[in-house]
Every structure is written in C-alpha cells, then in structure tokens.
Design a binder for this molecule. Sequence first.
Ligand code: ADP
Ligand code: MG
Length: 212
Amino acid sequence: MGDGLRLEGVTIALGGRMLISITHAVEPGEVLTIMGPSGSGKSTLLAYVGGFLDRVFEASGRVRAGDVDLTALPPEDRHVGILFQDPLLFPHMSVAGNLLFAIPAALRGKSERMRLAREALAGVELDGMEDRDPDTLSGGQKARVALARVLLSAPRTLLLDEPFSKLDTELRQQMRRLVFSKARERGLPVLLVTHDEADAQAAGGPVVRIGG
Ligand code: ADP
Ligand code: MG
C-alpha cells in the first residue's frame, strides 16, 4: 500500500472571493469526492494539487502525500496522475506510443517498456490494440487507454476531473468500476471532482460539498 493524500488548510480565492477551503485526508485506495456545480472551483482545486494553478488565484495550504510535501515540488516532481473529461490522447501516435510516453524514463530497455505497455493494455481489456491509431477507437476505448496511460506513469495519487461525464450511461458505469477498482488495487488515494451525484455514490467514499 502506498501513502495517503492530505489537504491541510487548503484555501483558494479569486479576486478576494473564497472558492475553496478544505482540510481532508484521503487514505490509500479511498476516493474523496468533491461535489460542486459548474464554476465552483473543482478543476481549480485539482490544479493546486497538481501544481499548475493559474497565478490569478490566491492559494495557501499544504498538500502532502505521506511524508512528502507536494506543495514544495514543481509539477513534474509531484507524480500526480490526472484524468480529464477528454482522454487527451496524442494524435499521430499509436496507442503504444501514447503509453510508452508515460512510462517513467528511469525504466530502461525498449522491450521491457513495450512489455509494460502491453500489460497495461491487457489490464484495461484492450489486448492487442498497441498499433491502433487512437482516432480509430471508440469513446470507451479511448477512455481506457487514458486510464492505462495514467496508471503506467506510476502516480502516487490520482486526480479525476469529471472523467466519466462525456460517456453514455452504460459506459460510464463500466468506467467508474474500472477506475475505482484499479485505484483500490494499487492503493492509490483518489480525489474525484464532479457535479454528478451518481459518481459520488459509485466512488463509495466521503463526499465534500463546495459552492452552494
Ligand atoms: P469547476 O471546475 O468547478 O467548473 P473551475 O475550477 O474551472 O470550476 O473555475 C472556478 C472559477 O474560477 C470560475 O469562476 C472560473 O470562471 C474561474 N477561473 C478558472 N480558471 C481561471 C483563470 N485561468 N483565470 C481566471 N478565472 C478563472
Ligand atoms: Mg471543471
């Protein structure tokens, strides 16, 4: 099991107006859901955790992963994995290319990297899809490639920015189950932001409500 994630006195304001004020711990394998309407600051909170918050915001507070103070680190050293509404696969790159790109550089050896990419694809039931052009995949398949890619990047925590909202009902339920089971398997603490109550229910963890 990995480390938990802790938000300690995190506050974010915009033009003097407080958007977010939160202190919360997320255990390994647990999903903390932040529920709020559009514009309430959900993506903003994830940007703070990821280290790419726009400078127009005034933010304070610490984000810790175990003993590591992430707030003291540049984004590339935080090892935070993020899934957005869109799968954001690189076009003009095969599925395997998209996956290999995410594997930490410290893992050397072309054949070993390819083995990991294949294994990750099999883990999301996309065996044998490595040579496909992402453009030829269905929405659900693209979402699973994005999940495989973020898991390959060996994140210490997973941030989910409404990643199920563009999928239709059936796929949405499958994808929720897949994402939450992978996170639980790996003991990843997950921060899910959404405006969909069904996401929070499926996550099965604590829920914090923001913004009216
Ligand atoms: P949510 O993800 O909950 O829909 P956001 O976190 O994207 O909301 O936005 C919160 C608020 O901050 C909104 O009022 C939005 O218009 C504003 N905002 C977001 N990004 C910026 C930015 N780069 N500059 C100025 N205002 C922004
Ligand atoms: Mg948002």
